[in-house]
Design a protein around this ligand. Structure first.
Ligand SMILES: Nc1ncnc2c1ncn2[C@@H]1O[C@H](COP(=O)(O)OP(=O)(O)OP(=O)(O)O)[C@@H](O)[C@H]1O
Length: 238
């Protein structure tokens, strides 16, 4: 489902990812851990096609990202959903309208769409907030709307960047359970987090630790530690 080989990415002269390689099977659950600035968001943005591939290869849900053109992005995003760190919700529209947006884009009829929105909202404890404009929700509620919008389409792959950052410990664990439920139904999940409680909640999951753009620890043989020599070669220039 994810096959990542020797992926490196630079912003100007700064290499934010260095020689990252791993494979994650369909239905896998992968945590990305690491300190602030380690490269977690950069990796997620590459996997979602939000950044162009500069070095290395990446296959995501059957898409070869090295060959991806801008007109392929909608097709990729039909299969790969993302929860951004900054939510990216539409503040003037209701929570319901925000969650229903990707279903609307796919042309699902209103009745089926409403059923799915309400089921996901119930799982995330948002059912009583569906008619509220998203801009009037608390940070934690907005975050859950962003998660609901990503999972309502039953994606093959769900990427989430610090999805519990604004939530109290109870809600964080509840959200984690929702991710695990989706994973149990077959969605491949990649979740970047600073929160060790979430990682403890799913001890069977794959784990990659990034530091300064390099994979410095992984808990399964499908991931390869970044090669320091290759990483140093990058410093010679893009
Ligand atoms: N658009 C950008 N332009 C220049 N540098 C960037 C850009 N985005 C990220 N970086 C740099 O790339 C490195 C990796 O950043 P990234 O956001 O991927 O880390 P992160 O692990 O997700 O951090 P956090 O946990 O704080 O979200 C950092 O040094 C950051 O300053």
């Amino acid at each position: 489902m994810l096959d990542i080989r020797h992926l490196s990415h630079n912003y100007g002269s700064h290499w934010a990812l260095k020689d990252c390689s791993f494979t994650l099977e369909k239905g896998g659950f992968l945590f990305l851990s690491g300190p602030s600035g380690a490269g977690k968001t950069t990796l997620l943005r590459l996997l979602h096609g939000a950044l162009p591939l500069q070095r290395g290869q990446a296959q995501v849900a059957g898409f070869d990202l090295a060959r991806l053109r801008s007109h392929d992005l909608p097709a990729l995003r039909r299969h790969v959903s993302v929860v951004f760190q900054d939510f990216r919700i539409l503040p003037a529209r209701t929570a319901f309208a925000n969650i229903a947006l990707p279903l609307e884009v796919r042309g699902l009829d209103a009745r089926a769409s409403g059923r799915r929105v309400r089921a996901v909202a119930r799982a995330l404890g948002l059912e009583h907030r569906l008619d509220t404009p998203a801009g009037e929700l608390s940070g934690g509620e907005q975050q859950r709307v962003a998660v609901a919008r990503a999972i309502v389409v039953n994606p093959q792959v769900l990427l989430a960047d610090e999805p519990t950052g604004n939530l109290d410990p109870d809600l964080s664990l509840r959200l984690m359970d929702v991710f695990m439920q989706f994973n149990a139904y077959g969605t491949t999940v990649v979740l970047a987090t600073h929160n060790p409680e979430l990682i403890r909640r799913n001890p069977a999951a794959r784990l990659i630790h990034l530091d300064d753009g390099m994979i410095t620890h992984a808990n399964w043989p499908g991931a390869r530690l970044s090669c320091r020599a290759d990483a140093c070669d990058l410093l010679e220039g893009p």
